[in-house]
Ligand binder design. Structure first.
Ligand SMILES: Cc1cc2nc3c(=O)[nH]c(=O)nc-3n(C[C@H](O)[C@H](O)[C@H](O)COP(=O)(O)OP(=O)(O)OC[C@H]3O[C@@H](n4cnc5c(N)ncnc54)[C@H](O)[C@@H]3O)c2cc1C
Length: 412
């Protein structure tokens, strides 16, 4: 017997992060009856992402100036040890987004194109009956809402609320986890100036073992200070809170109690991705999107561009599937190309960089690895800032000789 649903729509999108909100706005623009939900009651809060992007991403994904916190034109790599290296460009190389503003803008676009957005709803389960899927959503007061749709999209990020964690086919196929912590700091103009206009990363085991630290300019007088590292169950890892406190003290002086900075917000989160991305992207009428199907890249903990790429790939396929009506074979044919198309859109370098990330970060806990990293960075000193962007955002390792990489990174 069919249960009665509270709401009906063609597509329910669970999660209003970059992936889900972007998909919802694109579907709404295509005339699809879409409902976007998020467990957050305010998309401007819990802005856990540091949100650094290359400048090209702004045009590629048609993002407006209002979601930009600041622009940057220089890379600064501090460490291993006391070494500081800089690569500058006369032109802006990228932006630091206001992540909360990005989510709000995307959801707002969805509304403007006629889609529905409902906040404060947490998806807890879903089940398929014939050609429809029913998703159960829980409100903060514990009451539930059932939504019946032709498709439900799990865009809940690394939590994979509906799809669940992928089964590991082999020991190297499981989820690799990175944990990050970030503080939003108000600083004096004198303290802000040295970090303005540049992305600064701290590398080396004496800064953040098995990871890296960063300072990004958010808006004038406000900096993002963060640490991120791969989770290694084989080792005792120091708490992230101690690492970020130490980083703040070493780079900016005292705090949080004393001058020169006030902590405006503390947030953190996980990035969890498989390296090979061989997991199922769909179960019947349930489809995964963004971090929920491992689009986040572990080299720089970077996932916004890739989450947006996944929505660009999925939108036309879903629109085509909706055109099939109830014909299951036709719908399957429409959605079957999704994993392959997404893999091609991310590119072969995506997977290579994930393998490199696992090797590099996990081994970065002793001086031998610091020495290797130092040699790699020394080799990059004569490069242009644009080349560094191509390496760190475009994963163009082959420019430096693919055959040399395994030696450089200590694979052989
Ligand atoms: C500390 C940190 C720093 C980062 N820095 C960068 C960076 O500089 N650049 C970059 O590109 N990427 C960065 N990332 C990664 C990036 O933020 C993610 O890859 C990206 O946000 C993924 O987008 P998404 O839409 O797939 O998932 P998310 O952004 O995680 O969005 C998922 C949404 O689903 C909602 N949700 C979860 N479960 C449920 C549920 N059961 N029901 C309803 N809603 C639910 C969540 O509230 C959330 O809004 C960082 C990540 C972290 C943790």
């Amino acid at each position: 017997m069919r249960s009665e649903a509270d709401l009906h729509c063609q597509v329910l999108v669970v999660g209003s992060g970059p992936a889900g909100a972007d998909l919802a706005r694109r579907l709404a623009r295509s005339g699809v009856d879409v409902l976007l939900v998020d467990r957050l009651s305010d998309l401007g809060r819990s802005s856990f992402s540091s949100a650094a992007l290359p400048i090209e991403a702004m045009d590629a994904f048609a993002l407006p100036a209002e979601v930009v916190g600041s622009r940057w034109r220089e890379w600064q790599l501090i460490g291993p040890g006391d070494a500081t290296r800089r690569w500058g460009s006369p032109r802006p190389l990228g932006v630091v987004l206001d992540f909360g503003a990005l989510r709000q803008w995307l959801a707002d676009q969805c509304r403007r194109w006629g889609g529905q957005v409902r906040l404060g709803l947490q998806a807890v389960s879903c089940h398929q009956e014939d050609d429809r899927i029913t998703t159960v959503l829980r409100r903060a007061d514990g009451s539930t809402l059932r939504v019946r749709s032709a498709w439900t999209v799990d865009a809940s990020g690394h939590t994979r609320a509906l799809l669940g964690d992928p089964p590991a086919a082999g020991p190297r196929d499981g989820l690799v986890r990175a944990a990050g912590l970030e503080w939003l700091l108000r600083v004096s103009p004198e303290c802000w100036q040295p970090w303005a206009d540049r992305l600064s990363f701290c590398l080396g085991s004496d800064w953040v073992p098995q990871g890296y630290g960063w300072i990004f300019p958010m808006t004038p007088g406000v900096l993002k200070l963060g640490v991120c590292r791969l989770v290694d169950t084989q080792r005792d890892q120091p708490p992230l809170g101690a690492l970020i406190t130490d980083l703040g003290r070493r780079l900016l002086g005292t705090g949080p109690a004393g001058a020169p900075f006030d902590v405006l917000d503390r947030h953190g989160g996980l990035v969890r991705s498989t390296i090979r991305r061989r997991e199922p992207h769909r179960r019947g009428r349930l489809v995964g999107l963004g971090d929920a199907v491992s689009t986040a890249n572990l080299l720089g903990g970077e996932g916004i561009r890739h989450a947006l790429t996944s929505s660009v790939v999925l939108t036309p396929l879903l629109v085509e599937a909706l055109g099939c009506g109830g014909r299951t074979a036709c719908q399957d044919r429409a959605l079957d190309p999704y994993p392959g198309q997404l893999r091609r859109a991310l590119g072969w370098r995506w997977s290579l960089s994930g393998r490199l990330a696992r090797r590099t970060w996990l081994s970065l806990h002793e001086s031998r690895a610091d020495g290797r990293l130092d040699r790699v960075l020394r080799g990059l000193e004569s490069s242009r800032a644009e080349d560094l962007s191509a390496l760190l955002f475009g994963y163009r390792f082959e420019r430096y000789g693919l055959r040399a990489m395994p030696y450089l990174m200590g694979w052989r």
